[in-house]
Design a protein around this ligand. Structure first.
Ligand SMILES: *[C@@H]1O[C@H](CO)[C@@H](O)[C@H](O)[C@H]1NC(C)=O
Ligand SMILES: *[C@@H]1O[C@H](CO)[C@@H](O)[C@H](O)[C@H]1NC(C)=O
Ligand SMILES: *[C@@H]1O[C@H](CO)[C@@H](O)[C@H](O)[C@H]1NC(C)=O
Ligand SMILES: *[C@@H]1O[C@H](CO)[C@@H](O)[C@H](O)[C@H]1NC(C)=O
Ligand SMILES: *[C@@H]1O[C@H](CO)[C@@H](O)[C@H](O)[C@H]1NC(C)=O
Length: 943
């Protein structure tokens, strides 16, 4: 059967291979009734358009032609003139070097022309002259260094023009003057050094202008006054990465025309001053200084031009900031403020600069990576947080700021705007240790706080832990009922009613021993709880009060000793992470199902990195909605889960285990999941085998609809052959024939060898038979004799055949019985003794003969006249003589044969009876006569 399968595979393989080798330059085309035909010739290595295999397609019907990624393509002018309806032409990623003035002749309908990623160096005036409907022209990533003055003339419908990543140095006056509808102009990453006064003339509808990454110094000689005069509609202006100077000033009379600008991204100097020119930006929203930030000092007057403006977001990422106290005064619309990666500034200093924002309502204040390169820790106390406390801000982040302590009265003063407004606090990745009371108090308050990220306080150690679990420390009031109660072993964790997210992972790595039960009496809205890496070593706790919890993470604790009731009251849990959890594999195998019994809503389960060698495949049997299951980094040699339980599964991660193969039922279960919906399987890092027995798995990996590790592409896995050679599934597939032949060869060799041996045997046997026929016959007989019938196999020694005449009955039943049976112990079968007289039937006779060792015929005159006895019975007696019992029948004549009438059947019988079995006896012979002994001997004789 397996052989047949393999043969089938080979056949298919041949077909596929031969098809692939006759591959031609054929473009894919799709025709749609209303939209015309789309032709995709990308990646085909066509050299000229006459090669393009689009026969059968009416070129005048084609509206989209993709010729990208054909490095050999040689473009000849007018070669597309037949494509009169073409609207979208993609020529990107080719090696086009020039386009003459008739390049696009005949393509009047063209709307999109993509020439990006070519080697064009110059654009001449008439190249685009005949494309009146062009809307998008992509020329980026070429080497264009010069533009003829009227190159874009007549492109009056153009909306999008990308000239980025070229070698342009100068923009002449009026070069864009006919592009009255242009919205988007990309000139980034060129070599522009100067803008001529009229360079932007005519761009009345421009919305987005990218001039970043050029050499445009922020001086008035580079930006002549009123150069942006026509850009009254411009909303987004990118000028970053132009000027590396540390000292300078923004030019005057340049920005004041940008009355619609909402976003400005611009280079900075050590000291910036946004002067009166910027006051005209009535719609400004975002000021992005992050791209090339040189600022190290912000004075009270730095944002003078933005005072009382609509500016709402300033991004100071990567600025190294020294800020004067009133820098943000009179910025009433300021809503979001980012200070990031100012590694040598203290967070306290930044907080001081919030002076001007007091009593304002903001969405976000974010400090991240502030002061983290300074050699000391920071303490946020009541004084340094005094301005922050007066700001009503929703999201407050102060992460990675090297903060050691947030004082109790720094943030949690009741009725301050901060306390009343803050919804999300992120103080993760600091070094908070000891007293975390402020944050915990915040969490328990009935304010609007909804999420608290406290995780990754690398120095939040023993003190903090003890603080949480004992009543002797300052934080004792965080626990209801006076905190940790030795008798109840219950830890109550009162939280704000509103809190929905609480991340405490990696905050106190020595929190042991743990209380038995954790109760969260007020956490009705808590949805996400992260208690990872808290150093739990004894996990005999049950969580109470978290009926609405959806996500629980307990990664990185050591729960070898745990209770199966841990998850019993987490009714809404959908996502559970128990990675690196130190499971006892025996516990999980025998009681795992009990642990998961009550969390039947689970959709995501992570059991990775537990070093499990085995588990109960039906452990997650109640989790019918499971979508993702992560079993990576264990030691499974077999599929650890019964896939039949999880028809909804979308992702199964089995990477980095010890799987060598997958059984055919596992493979078909995986296939059927993949046929139902998108399903991916991760298998990297397993010691897969590509030995002969496993070739069908290798083949399955290649053809399965399951999406394997490589996104979309078929994944390639390392595998080991039976000789221990390390190769890869891809290589095995590439050399499939040789592997197949080798493997099938082994089987074939076995079969061929057996056949050869059989032939040899046949020859030898024939030879022996021919040579020693006689001996063999003897041997055969010897064997047969072994199986000859013996006397003791029969019920009786002799069946006596006699006529029904009175004399004959006496002869048999008296004389013979006395002389043979009684004297010599021969067991006779006498008809009249066995059954009622007159009931002789054919079957009985046959039966009696079969039951007897010998048949004795008493031939008398009466018998010769008895038709029944003489006819049927004698025939049967004759038939009982066989090869194995040649002297079965004994004939005893009581008359001279010649005196008897002719009996044809008896004559026939006598021919088959050996002479010694024929006796002649007188009726009156006495019982002691020798002849009866002879008869008895004849009867009992065995061969
Ligand atoms: C194709 O035509 C349909 C209906 O006429 C239209 O909705 C659709 O956007 C068109 N698609 C393309 C790619 O032009
Ligand atoms: C085209 O441009 C690429 C990238 O700049 C370059 O490597 C290649 O040599 C150019 N080809 C020609 C023919 O100039
Ligand atoms: C633009 O169109 C006008 C009128 O159709 C024509 O005279 C002029 O030559 C065109 N310009 C270019 C550069 O083709
Ligand atoms: C901003 O508005 C305030 C109050 O309306 C006013 O006192 C202040 O002078 C204004 N500042 C500027 C620069 O216009
Ligand atoms: C505020 O923080 C929450 C939680 O981190 C986040 O989901 C939300 O997008 C943030 N809002 C803003 C405006 O940054």
């Amino acid at each position: 059967m397996k052989m047949m399968n393999r043969m089938g595979f080979v056949l298919v393989w041949f077909l596929v291979a031969s098809c692939a080798s006759s591959r031609d330059v054929v473009c894919r085309s799709r025709s749609r009734a209303q939209n015309g035909t789309l032709v995709d010739c990308s990646h085909t290595q066509v050299t000229s358009l006459s090669d393009v295999g689009i026969s059968g397609v009416d070129v005048s019907d084609v509206i989209l032609l993709d010729l990208s990624y054909n490095q050999q393509l040689e473009w000849r002018s007018g070669s597309l003139s037949g494509f009169s309806c073409l609207r979208h032409l993609n020529l990107s990623h080719n090696d086009l070097q020039e386009l003459d003035q008739h390049a696009f002749h005949g393509l009047e309908e063209l709307e999109t022309l993509d020439l990006s990623y070519n080697n064009l160096t110059a654009l001449t005036s008439r190249t685009f002259a005949n494309l009146p409907h062009l809307q998008r022209l992509l020329l980026d990533h070429n080497q264009v260094s010069s533009l003829e003055e009227d190159v874009f003339e007549n492109l009056t419908h153009l909306r999008h023009l990308d000239l980025g990543h070229n070698h342009l140095q100068v923009l002449y006056n009026n070069i864009f003057s006919s592009l009255a509808h242009l919205n988007w102009l990309g000139l980034g990453s060129n070599r522009l050094q100067r803008l001529e006064t009229g360079a932007m003339t005519g761009l009345d509808r421009l919305i987005n202008l990218d001039l970043s990454d050029n050499k445009l110094k922020l001086t008035s000689s580079v930006y002549p006054a009123w150069v942006f005069a026509s850009l009254g509609q411009l909303q987004l202006l990118h000028l970053e990465y132009n000027d590396d100077d540390t000292i300078g000033e923004y030019p005057d009379n340049v920005f004041s025309d940008l009355v619609s600008l909402t976003l400005l991204s611009i280079d900075t100097f050590n000291e910036v001053h946004f002067g009166r020119d910027f006051a005209a930006l009535r719609s400004i929203h975002t000021l992005d200084l992050s791209k090339n930030c040189q600022i190290n000092y912000i004075a009270n007057t730095s944002f003078e031009g933005f005072k009382n403006s609509t500016l709402s977001f300033i991004n100071f990422q990567f600025c190294s900031l020294e800020i004067e106290a009133c820098a943000f005064c009179e910025l009433p619309s300021l809503d979001r403020l980012w200070f990031m990666y100012s590694h040598f500034q203290t967070p306290n200093h930044i907080l001081e600069s919030l002076y001007g924002l007091q009593h304002q309502t903001m969405t976000e204040i974010k400090l991240q990576g502030i002061g983290d390169s300074l050699p000391f820790y920071h303490v946020i106390d009541s004084h340094s947080a005094r301005y922050l406390r007066n700001i009503c801000v929703k999201n407050f982040t102060m992460s990675s700021c090297n903060i050691q302590r947030v004082a109790g009265n720094a943030l949690t003063v009741q009725n301050t705007p901060f306390f009343r407004c803050v919804e999300h606090i992120d103080v993760s990745m600091n070094a908070i240790f000891g007293d975390a009371s402020t944050l915990l108090k915040m969490m328990m308050s009935d304010g609007p706080l909804r999420s608290l990220a406290l995780q990754d306080q690398i120095r939040f150690t023993i003190t903090g832990a003890q603080c949480l679990v004992s009543q002797d420390f300052r934080c004792k009031d965080y626990f209801r009922d006076g905190g940790y109660d030795e008798n109840k072993y219950t830890m109550g964790f009162r939280t704000s009613m509103n809190i929905s997210y609480l991340n405490m992972s990696s905050i106190f790595p020595h929190l042991n021993p743990l209380p038995v039960n954790w109760t969260f009496p007020s956490a009705k809205h808590l949805k996400i709880l992260d208690l990872s890496y808290l150093g739990f070593a004894n996990c005999r706790m049950t969580f109470y009060g978290l009926e609405n919890l959806e996500t629980l993470s307990l990664n990185g604790n050591y729960c070898y000793n745990m209770t199966e009731k841990m998850l019993d009251f987490l009714d809404s849990l959908t996502k559970l992470s128990l990675s690196n959890f130190g499971f006892n594999p025996l516990f999980l195998k025998s009681r795992g199902w009990r642990l998961f019994e009550n969390v039947d809503q689970l959709q995501f389960v992570d059991l990775s990195r537990n070093d499990l060698p085995f588990t109960d495949p039906d452990m997650l049997r109640v989790q019918r909605r499971l979508k993702e299951l992560d079993f990576s980094y264990n030691r499974f040699q077999k599929m650890p889960v019964n896939l039949d339980n999880h028809g909804d599964l979308r992702m199964l991660d089995l990477s980095h285990n010890s799987l060598g193969t997958l059984t055919s039922s596992e493979r078909s279960a995986l296939d059927s999941l993949a046929r139902r919906h998108a399903f991916s399987l991760k298998l990297l890092g397993n010691p897969l085998e590509c030995a002969c027995f496993n070739l069908d798995v290798v083949q399955w990996l290649w053809h399965t609809p399951v999406s394997l590790d490589g996104e979309g592409r078929q994944a390639n896995y390392t595998c080991t052959t039976e000789t221990g050679e390390i190769t890869s599934t891809e290589r095995v597939m590439a050399q499939w024939m040789s592997h197949w032949r080798r493997c099938v060869g082994v089987q074939m060799f076995g079969i061929a060898l057996s056949a050869l041996l059989l032939q040899l045997l046949a020859i030898v046997v024939t030879f022996i038979v021919v040579r020693s026929w006689t001996q063999l016959c003897y041997a055969w007989k010897a064997i047969r004799r072994y199986r000859l019938p013996r006397r003791h196999h029969f019920h009786r020694d002799a069946y006596i055949v006699y006529s029904e005449a009175q004399d004959d009955v006496i002869l048999a039943c008296v004389t013979l019985r006395v002389a043979v049976e009684e004297r010599y112990g021969v067991r006779l079968l006498l008809r009249d003794r066995e059954e009622l007289p007159g009931s002789v039937k054919a079957e009985t006779v046959v039966q009696h003969i079969d039951d007897s060792w010998k048949v004795v015929l008493l031939v008398t005159r009466d018998l010769s006249q008895d038709e029944w006895a003489c006819g049927f019975t004698v025939q049967q007696a004759q038939r009982s003589i066989t090869d194995t019992m040649p002297d079965r029948v004994i004939v005893v004549f009581f008359e001279e044969p010649r005196d008897l009438p002719a009996m044809p059947s008896l004559q026939l019988l006598l021919r088959m009876v050996p002479e010694r079995n024929i006796l002649h006896v007188h009726r009156d012979t006495p019982p002691q006569h020798q002849v009866w002994k002879t008869l008895a001997d004849l009867i009992t004789r065995e061969h």
